[in-house]
Write a protein that binds this ligand. Structure first.
Ligand SMILES: [Cu+2]
Length: 212
């Protein structure tokens, strides 16, 4: 019976401490090659779990935001046009004008034009454009030729820019009390839309500029 008690490597280690150190270094190197990828695997597994939780969280958040925006966002289709989320703002007690905002998208190959807006809540509705005068004061100008919606394009009506002006309000606009208005386009025709009314005093408020 033969019993091997020491292999060549053990002999080498025994022979010199230098060889022993080299062997240890070599072992660490190989162990490192072996251990590091495992650590990385475990790390990316944790990352995977974190990402998974994050994406679930994002999905839930998106769902909640979807529900929230369902109550707020609304849109209307009129031929190739889409009118997105008409909204306005509550007016302070004595105000006789209010603003109206929405986005018009035109999927069609020809431009169209918003030519007329009317609503029971106001004596008249104008399409206004904001302009900055030389002295830095903002003023408004009525777009008497209407508002062009470019082909395959969009126009956004928003505070401080192009907007609808409800002039001669029959009653103040109150937050949470929507109202109706009729938009007439040169080509696409007419659509009645609901304006949701948000809080007063958002940036670039209509109350801030003068109407004659
Ligand atoms: Cu205006």
């Amino acid at each position: 019976m033969t019993e091997i008690v020491a292999g060549p490597a053990t002999g080498a280690i025994a022979r010199s401490t230098g060889a022993f150190r080299r062997a240890i270094r070599r072992w660490r190197f190989h162990a490192g090659l072996f251990v590091l990828p495992r650590l990385q695997t475990r790390h990316s597994l944790m990352q995977g779990i974190a990402m998974n939780m994050l994406s679930r969280f994002a999905a839930v958040l998106a769902l909640l935001m979807g529900f929230a925006s369902l109550a707020q966002a609304h849109e209307y289709e009129l031929g190739p046009l889409e009118i997105l989320h008409p909204w306005s703002r509550a007016t302070p007690g004595a105000a006789t004008v209010g603003g109206g905002y929405f986005t018009i998208e035109n999927k069609g190959d020809t431009p169209d034009r918003l030519v007329l807006v009317s609503s029971d809540i106001a004596e008249k509705v104008q399409i206004h454009e904001m302009a900055m005068s030389a002295d830095g004061m903002s003023s408004m100008k009525e777009l008497t030729d209407g508002l062009v919606v470019p082909a395959k394009g969009a126009v956004e009506l928003k505070p401080g820019a192009i907007h609808l002006m409800f002039i001669g309000l029959k009653h103040p606009l109150k937050e949470g009390e929507p109202f109706l208005a009729t938009l007439s386009f040169e080509k696409a025709g007419t659509v009645e839309v609901k304006f949701v009314v948000g809080p007063a005093g958002a940036a670039g408020g209509e109350a801030e500029h003068k109407h004659n």
